[in-house]
Ligand binder design. Sequence first.
Ligand code: DGJ
Length: 730
Amino acid sequence: MKYLQWTVATFAALFLAWPASAGKTVIPVETANTQLVLVAQENGVLQTVHFGAKIADPSAFAAFRTGRGTDNGEGPMTYPTTGGRYIGEPALHVKYADGYHNTELVYAEHRVRANGNVVTTEIILKDPVTLLEVKLCYDAYQKENVICAHTEIKNAGKKPVQLLNYASGALNLDADQYYLTHFHGGWADEMQMDGELLKHDTKVIESRRGTQVTQCSNPSFLVSLNAERLQENVGEVVAGALAWSGNFRLSFEQDESGRLTVLAGISPFASAYELAAGKTFTTPDFIYTFSCKGAGQASRNLHAWARNYGVYGGGQINPTLLNSWEGAYFTFTTETLLRMIDDAAAMGLEMFVLDDGWFAKDYPRNGDDAGLGDWEVNSAKIPEGIDYVASYAHQKGLKFGIWIEPEMVNPQSNLAHQHPEWVVQSPGRELYQSRNQWVLDLSNPAVQDFVYGIFDNTMQLAPNIDYIKWDCNRIVANFGSTYLGKDQDRFFVEYAQGIYNVMRRLRAKYPDTIVQCCSSGGGRVDYGALKYFNEIWTSDNTDAFTRAYIQYATNLIYPACVMASHVSAVPNHQTGNVTPLKFRFDMACSGRLGMELQPRNLTEGERALADRCIRSYKQYRDLVFTGDVYRLASPYEGDYYALMYVSQDRRRAVVFTYCLKYQNRAVGAHVFRMDGLDPARQYKVTELNVNRSSWWGSGQVHAGDFLMNGGFNPVLLKTFDSGVFYLEAD
Ligand code: DGJ
């Protein structure tokens, strides 16, 4: 009798914790060509047993064994936690009210629902001791072969808990070698491609800058499996990105089993997050894809997802523009702006953007040392008002855009005097200035309202403001918030959430305004921001030569439609390089084309070339915005940079080729192998913007397989020779 009672009670307890089925549960998360296979083991531990090419019958994984003794841990855990036998880097580390740190999650149940192209899988894991609940959520984008994973962590216990690590997700990979490609840099030098063969132990990529979090590292990566370098068209590649505009952390840990665990999430740096009883914390999305055709297919997957889901207004064609910054800086009058508008219209550009310097009366913004925070028009510079300038642009057939930097304040401003408590600060510590400014505390809802108001009021300065450039020009120092009181651990997380709160409200009111995300150039380039912003200011570096490296690497992860790229004056204001105008146009035309110089300083011949390049860009730019990218030559690997965008129906394409280093004549014309075309189709190939083509075959019709297998060799021998070729099939 006693025995019977025990078994019934035990069975009931097991059943509650384990209702789905006895034995193992195989959960495939699939797209058209890829598969993530998760298996809830008999003991309830959820393991990732496969991420890669699609296997027709994933249920075979129910019998899969890692062959590894459990003394060494639980194997490839899908969401590893501190606790149990896990000794690696945790995705989740919780400290409970009683001071203990252990969490052991067991599978409870899962559900799958399909909504057209998106199949959502939700898996509930529970810790029976602490009652912590974790919901792993996967959105699988079928056509794009991209998975977006996030996690919801619920404190179902009775006392508050502290989340010490709370990554969005973990990816478990199994290969003999892992080559990591990531992005490093600095101001005017963002997104420099960097890479290394991962050895045992942990490689961490982290940003603790608070704002401008992506200026030095980007929350994105590519891992090549069984390879010693990143290859464009061959090999297995996993590419991923975190959609978060705050401090982030990516880690790549190869343990003694040789498996690699990739964690992506909010940085735990100074961010222990208190979760009250009954509350849930939702992590940002970890977006990833798998390609068995090298980096090229990985990028195309991410780009297709970004255009369809990840970028605000993705796939829409944004206007060409003239931006006032490098042409006028802070020194302009109404007259200067009107003449720039005249010139922009005459050159065929479609928008004029008034950059920094138009605002603040008591502390006029005539340099970067005053005025931020005081968002009224500087009537000494523009007595007629913004409406006058915007209407003039509209009359000339141009759209009108304007710059703001709403998260910042100069000490020399009325705002700094009225609301010193809104500045990010820590009592008794130096308020360090950077670019003569302080950061406003976006974790404070009152500041969020103020920042919302800056955008909203700016939009009222003229009817039909079409475009806002949102800038953010410094990082956080001596972090702290007068609003958060003793809860300073929340600062970094709530700052980032504060931006999103503001953007959500703004998008509800201004769904059609084009908004550029700028942060001293590419200081805020991530898929979290891109949910609200249409494009990024790729870099303050407008030098076409160094842009080759920045744009190549940016485009590995982010689509060309978000990559603002401007033609500027020479010598370049950042690098001093002197490049031909044609080369500058050809580089800018591979993204969203703009100009950023004083058009009056162009010669007649240069104006004619500008007209021509802008006109031809309009003929093919839909390919840049919506086509599939194929990279033909990497600036990081050779003397050329070349890429092409191919329409979805493979009938049209545009090819960009750039020579970055002088080639002696003995070398002759380099052969570029086009890609992505239909081999059987006949394409008419025309070089654009030249009187004499650099390629013998321009103006003729060629078969796709000829172009892809060795016939395309424009003569580009001199440094900064470049060519743009348009392809159209009959
Ligand atoms: C930094 C931006 O990246 C530039 O394009 C320009 O807008 C300046 N700020 C203005 O201060």
